[in-house]
Design a protein around this ligand. Sequence first.
Ligand code: FMN
Length: 238
Amino acid sequence: MKITVINGTEKRGVTYNLKEIFLGELRDRAEITEFYLPKDCPGFCIGCTSCFRTYESKCKDAEYIQKIEKALLAADLFVFTSPAYVFHTTGAMKAMLDHFGYRWMPHRPAKEMFGKRAVIITQCLGAGGMSTAKDIKDSLSWWGVSSIKVCSFKLLSEIEWEKIPEKKKKQMTSKLVKTADRIKRIDFSRPARTNLTTRCKFYAVRMLQTGLGKSNPEYTDYKYWKSNGWIDKTRPWK
Ligand SMILES: Cc1cc2nc3c(=O)[nH]c(=O)nc-3n(C[C@H](O)[C@H](O)[C@H](O)COP(=O)(O)O)c2cc1C
């Protein structure tokens, strides 16, 4: 199994330790590639819109983005992690996700994404863990990923790993181990099932693209949808 991990922080803190507990359960059977943000994607999207209008390779940060995308497309499982920063994902994670705006379904989603699986691990001191996970889930689901599991924790005590009470650490470990056990039972030779929500989004966008193509057959996103056969009978899921 190939796992690609996107860490929303470079800090070896609580988020890091939770992710290590989860990966520890899978290491013996997985080839793991990790990215740490902002180090592995330091630039912000500056809104040049080259990726939307023409080619993603024109982005000033293409070198970083293409490396991450290659690892994502090769992976059987994505693991995204983030602490809550003011109720949301870290700026570094948001900056990376912005770069993948062109991969949202209304633009040029990668067909491989429709069969991918993901786990999101977030934590907060008191509140904001779920909205942090949602920031990430919004992008993944609009990329076409249907199978997304969220492990979100409230520390409610200390924010330094060493100071967190053992009882709390045990509770969090138990949830992560259970999630890893579920992952172990998955047959990764088969793509994940594309759920109804994703299919509905696809058909809504297909209608939009069909209309756009009628008024301008040279429109970049329409040409992409057409060349994949999605305007006709082909679908990105099996
Ligand atoms: C800038 C910043 C903003 C934060 N905002 C929140 C928040 O809105 N809600 C919350 O419960 N914890 C918040 N925290 C705490 C973090 O979510 C997290 O629990 C803590 O930073 C430890 O995680 P780490 O060691 O992985 O960095 C914030 C921390 C920082 C540094």
